[in-house]
Design a protein. Structure first.
Length: 217
């Protein structure tokens, strides 16, 4: 039995140009954070300011998934899975933790939970695989609550749910800097105009920068 398609709310808008600016900002901050960790640069500020990166990627992904057809969404999930698998060996080489799956698996699991149409299976996935992905179930929750907001509209309870899920990243980060992603999204998400968009940019860059850092280290 097929699940009913989720309704799309029209009162939550992140502009196309805004999404691209946000992703490029997140890529730059992510690179600085990873270089600092892997190459021991001794610059903790790079780690602090990069706490906004995961919420930005998670929320923008949730918005993009809302806009596409089910077929395109499945293709996007396949691309995420392929890139996640390719990146995992480099992730282990860089960060030395073979039991933690890279952040692409976190994003993929979040999308699966929202669109699988099988609540019990989704719950099992979060309670099992969720503990082995980067940012854990807290990271998955950001994707899920962002999707709830984009499908449910600008309601206070949905905004609070998203803010709470981002705040819960404190359990991973040890600080509250991730919350700064929300005003960034509110401001940059309204940037007008066009911005070039390449489908594989983020995924290819993620894999490539980990491979390069692993080779240098």
């Amino acid at each position: 039995m097929k699940s009913k398609p989720l309704p799309v709310a029209s009162d939550v808008v992140i502009s196309s140009a805004g999404r691209e600016w946000l992703k490029w900002l997140a890529l730059v901050l992510m690179t600085g954070d990873h270089a600092n960790k892997v190459l021991n640069l001794g610059m903790p500020i790079l780690g602090d300011i990069s706490r906004v990166v995961f919420p930005i990627f998670a929320i923008v992904l949730a918005y993009n998934m809302r806009e596409v057809s089910p077929a395109s969404r499945r293709q996007s999930m396949v691309r995420l899975l392929c890139a996640a698998v390719i990146a995992q060996p480099f992730h282990v080489l860089c960060f030395g933790d073979p039991l933690t799956l890279n952040v692409l698996f976190t994003l993929l699991l979040g999308v699966f939970v929202v669109y699988s149409g099988t609540p019990m299976l989704s719950l099992v996935a979060v309670l099992t695989a969720g503990w082995f992905v980067d940012y854990g179930p807290m990271g998955v929750a950001v994707v899920v609550t962002a999707s709830m907001l984009f499908h449910g509209g600008l309601h206070v309870r949905l905004l609070l749910a998203l803010a709470a899920s981002v705040a819960l990243l404190y359990l991973v980060n040890g600080n509250w800097y991730a919350l700064a992603a929300l005003p960034l999204l509110a401001v940059l998400g309204r940037v007008p105009g066009a911005f070039p968009r390449w489908r594989w940019t983020f995924l290819a860059y993620y894999v490539g920068h980990l491979a390069l850092l692993a080779a240098i280290a």
